[in-house]
Design a protein around this ligand. Structure first.
Ligand code: ADP
Ligand code: MG
Length: 236
């Protein structure tokens, strides 16, 4: 098991946003977390990446407890998050944004190589725009930049929060294809999506989160056929 989220509860002040959630991620999988707005998907990713510490439960990555570590330590262990809404730095160039992703790395000689062989391989459009201000990119390109920036930390596990949100159907398909390619290149992925159809089509396993609880889990292909899932998340 690459990542075990064991029975975590996460609070914002006194209110719990997720309760006793457990998620298992095998090395090499794409695991989807689907659910409506406010269900607790982002909170779960924030707990894994160290931005929000759980009040109870454990998170174990490669056999090591990480639920009390700060985000930069978790990033250094090989977990990178692409946040909801991309969060690129609009005034900075594409290149500067990408380099920020490698900020913590000591192996600076390999960083340049990764930019060429990993980031620009998946996102040739970014290579054409290295000196362009990130704020002038299209929504889809900003999503690519946010994903490229995360890849610059050379993660083993990539956490993607709503990568398709606000994008055109064609751009969604392109992002979906890139997620497949990144996975094929050796990354394990946790994919959070309100677009359940896309997420289930891309993933191996999936968890349905409803108001802070796991309502359902199973192989993604089975959830695609599940009547409750169809009714609630796939438009009947
Ligand atoms: N910073 C915050 N402060 C207080 N409550 C929050 C905060 N962020 C999220 N919440 C609450 O936690 C719950 C889960 O939110 P979130 O994890 O963002 O859901 P999702 O990503 O599935 O839409 C919601 O009820 C939301 O209002
Ligand atoms: Mg969210």
């Amino acid at each position: 098991m690459l990542l075990e989220v064991k029975d975590i509860t996460v609070h914002y002040y006194k209110v719990s946003a997720v309760r006793n959630i457990s998620i298992n991620v095998e090395d090499g999988e794409i695991v989807a977390l689907v659910g409506s707005n406010g269900a607790g998907k982002t909170t779960t990713l924030r707990a894994i990446s160290g931005l929000k510490h759980p009040t109870t439960g454990e998170i174990i990555y490669k056999g090591q407890r990480i639920d009390k570590l700060p985000p930069h330590k978790i990033n250094a262990l090989g977990i990178a998050m692409v946040p909801e809404g991309r969060r690129v730095f609009p005034q900075m160039t594409v290149l500067e944004n990408l380099l920020l992703g490698a900020f913590l790395r000591k192996d600076k000689d390999v960083v340049q190589k990764d930019m060429e062989e990993v980031v620009f391989k998946h996102f040739p459009r970014l290579k054409e725009r290295t000196s362009q201000a990130a704020g002038t990119l299209s929504g889809g390109e900003q999503q690519m930049l946010a994903m490229g920036r995360a890849l610059m930390s050379a993660p083993k596990l990539l956490l993607l929060d709503e990568p398709s949100l606000g994008l055109s159907p064609i751009m969604c398909m392109e992002i979906g294809k890139i997620i497949r390619d990144i996975h094929a290149g050796g990354k394990t992925v946790i994919l959070v999506e309100q677009n359940a159809r896309m997420a289930l089509a891309l993933s191996h396993h999936a968890y349905v989160i409803e108001t802070g609880n796991i309502a359902l889990t199973g192989p993604a292909k089975e959830l695609l056929k599940n009547d409750d899932v169809k009714k609630a998340y796939l438009g009947g």
